[in-house]
Every structure is written in C-alpha cells, then in structure tokens.
Design a protein around this ligand. Structure first.
Ligand SMILES: Nc1ncnc2c1ncn2[C@@H]1O[C@H](COP(=O)(O)OP(=O)(O)OP(=O)(O)O)[C@@H](O)[C@H]1O
Ligand SMILES: [Mg+2]
Length: 131
C-alpha cells in the first residue's frame, strides 16, 4: 500500500501518476485506468481544495472471486460535508467549480463510499476492478 500526502498541485499530479501505474499493474484496461485516474484526480483535488490537504492511500486488492482491483482512499481533517446527498448531486458546489467532481467520480468507479461529518473531516473510498 502506498500513502501519498496531498498538500499541493504537484502532490495531486504524483497521486495521478501512482494510480495510473498501480492500475496498469493490476490489469485494468487503458480505458479503466483513465477512468480511475480521472476519479483520483477529482478526489485528490477535493482533498486539497475543500479539505485543506490530506492523504491518499493506493492499494492493490483482490475480490472474493480472485479479480484484481485498485482501492483508493482519500482522507482529510477539513470542515467536512453537512449534506452528503447534496454534495453528490450533479452541479452542486459550495465553491467556484462545476460541482461535478464527486458525482462524476462516483460514475467512473465500481465502488464508492463517502463518509463525512461537519467538523470531523472527509473520507472517500473507491474501488475499480479489472474485468
Ligand atoms: N474533502 C472535502 N471536504 C469538504 N467538502 C467537500 C470535500 N469534497 C467535496 N466537498 C463539498 O462537496 C461539494 C461538491 O464537490 P464536487 O467535487 O462535486 O464539486 P466542486 O469541487 O465544488 O467542483 P468541481 O466540479 O471543480 O469538482 C464541494 O463544493 C464541497 O462543498
Ligand atoms: Mg471537486
């Protein structure tokens, strides 16, 4: 498992690169690699911009039936999210973005779990399986 800090735009680039490498190592197709890297990019950017920085964990995983995959975990100790359903709505944003980062990421991966509480930070876990 890799643990990468997210405190700058350069860190986001490093997360993207590492996710691409691990996705390729686990046999994800080029299209699926790009989907996962795109999701990772959005989630890492949220960690940086909304969460005030945090950490990314990148892990190779195996499903019960032996399928390889990549699990990503992004966590921060920022302000958290008051209404998670709203945050996952297309085009909803508290900032100046398009509000498509979370909702778009969810569509690009196979598993998506968002945990957050106001004042208690945010944690997002995603998995993409090879097929
Ligand atoms: N790690 C986080 N900590 C706190 N709030 C967050 C976090 N991630 C997302 N949010 C909240 O959820 C909203 C929606 O996030 P989303 O990524 O979909 O849109 P955005 O970041 O505002 O715009 P963009 O389309 O550029 O990503 C954000 O505006 C922010 O209020
Ligand atoms: Mg975003």
């Amino acid at each position: 498992m890799d643990e990468l800090p997210i405190h700058s735009g350069d860190d986001v680039v490093r997360v993207r690169q590492r996710v691409r490498t691990v996705a390729a190592q686990n046999g994800l197709s080029l299209v699926d690699q790009t989907k996962l890297v795109t999701a990772a990019s959005e989630l890492a950017r949220n960690t940086l911009v909304h969460g005030g920085g945090g950490v990314a964990r990148i892990e190779s995983v195996k499903s019960a039936n032996g399928r390889a995959g990549v699990k990503l975990h992004f966590s921060d100790e920022g302000p958290g999210i008051a209404d998670i359903d709203l945050a996952l709505t297309d085009r909803w944003t508290t900032g100046t973005g398009l509000g498509l980062g979370l909702s778009g990421s969810r569509r690009l991966v196979d598993e998506f779990e968002l945990n957050s509480k106001p004042g208690a930070g945010t944690s997002v876990m995603v998995v993409k399986w090879s097929r």
